[in-house]
Design a protein. Sequence first.
Length: 641
Amino acid sequence: MDNVINLLPDNIANQIAAGEVIQRPASVIKELVENSIDAGATDIVIEIKQAGKTLIRVIDNGKGMAPMDARMAFERHATSKIKSANDLFALTTMGFRGEALASIAAVAQIVLQTRPHDAEMGTRVEIEGSKVIESSSVVCAPGANFAIKNLFFNIPARRKFLKADDTEFKHIITEVQRVATVHPEVQFTLVHNDQLVFKLRETSLKQRIIDLFGKRLVDILLSVDTATPLVNITGFVGRASASRKRGALQHFFVNGRYMRHTYFHRSVMNAYEGMIPPGDQPEYFIFLEVDPSSIDVNIHPTKTEIKFEAEGDISKILYSSVREVLMKGAAVPSINFEEDNPIDIPTFVPVDIRDMAEPPIISSRISSGGATSSVTPSVAGADYTLDTLGELPQEFQLPDMSDWDEFYRNFEANRTSVERSSSAGAPRTITVGSSTLISSSLTPEVEEIPSSLNEVPELVIFGGYAFVSGEKDLRIIHLRRARAKIIYEEYMEAIGQESIISNRLLFPQLIDLGIKEAKLLEAHQTSLQSLGFDISEMGKNSYAINAIPYGMPAGNEADLLLEILEECNAMDKSSEEVVYHRLVSALTAYRMKHEDGYYTHTAVAQMISKINKSVGNLLAPDGKVIVSVMTPKELAKRFGE
């Protein structure tokens, strides 16, 4: 039998290994920046072109490398971080396996220039597909300068699976944010296609978080600081009132390394229990410091999954720390009596009543939003204003309340009568004692049901559902989904006819976005304008929201924009139709979230009429069923027949 097992050449083995470590341009930047951090750099510059597909350059002022080290750095498992297996359990550096540079060299063209601070000359190494093309001396700045060109040039199959530039750039920003967050002592500069994206100067941890993720965090972050022999927990958690349905910023770090940890996340969520609405997510930036020997970092290629020796105990400490901070943050503010800021309390000054101005005349018509509506009650068929209340007819009497039980029974009976007559569109007649008040002038006119709704059978509304009996079946309508369907189609129709209506704000809402959100807004500005947004740039990631799509709740403009940008973040490059479907679906969901879900018979009847005229399938924007049909046979089964 012939031998079938072959030893792969180093270049092919490196390409296979690169598939685990280097998945996209963001992976390259992550590895190079972490190497710069390990080298003691305090200033890191990242330059990219075409979202890193054609060029990634990372320049730092770290220790630099000697000529032999510069050449050896690209060999597999060549590292300065560990010398034995025991060192794996005492790691304090970001990298340690010696795979990153070898993996990058296997799938890209690399030029490295590096010089130690105490050397006069530096070293230049050029590598292409794991092959050393040139190694020579060069005059260069101290530190290291890595230029990675044409990523995956020798693996076309991998290159074609890279996403659009906007998507890859979002991943790059995410990776840089994670490293920059945990190292506020390091200055970071990011340049894309020769344009400055951001420059982060050395600062405090909280300020670094605000610089990266937006000034909206200034007033919502609560400080966490707990020290125990097992773990030190520092960082910030968001106020319960600032929780979000989606897009919440949630970051865990351990010993300076970003990580994902489901168990610890659950502990944080438990700490918020009873403080945030169901389905909401809090925002947090939590940093754990533990003994390196008590964790195992070497279980995942990207090192984002970490095992903890005392996971359960740390989880309990984390829960207690976050819960305590939240309880303090929710406490009623106290007055600082030491503050020299006296309250201006007006003193009493005697005034002759004859010198007082005439009291203002209260009009019987109240203006609301430019419209006027009568609020003058009609009593026993006559009209009275505040000026003529003393002229009430003799037959008007205050109710006899000596028999409280009798009065309460009469009141309840009259209230029930009012509710029934109101739902039928009749004037309200209220009997109090021996007097009768007809409040038709206080009751808005009930909208007349269109004639087309006369075809709607008698319906029953119960628990958010409408039950309509047909000739051969019972139809159950999910009211909130039906309402969402109607709103969605109204928006889509308006966009198709280019007749979208905006609600212009009386005072523009100012919002400071994070770096990623600002780039998303810039990329999707045209689509947002088509939806009805009017947003103007104020400079340095600050924007003014001048108008929002019609029908959106007032007072939450910034929250609305963040929700829509989160939907933009979740989208890859798609067709215009798909983009509008997802954005309008997000708008609809946001609007539905702020509706109370209470529907009158008239509103439900109108809703059913619109659904019957709906184009396409009877599915909500999220694809869920609106109408369920139950046949007599299915009903019989429920009764065991």
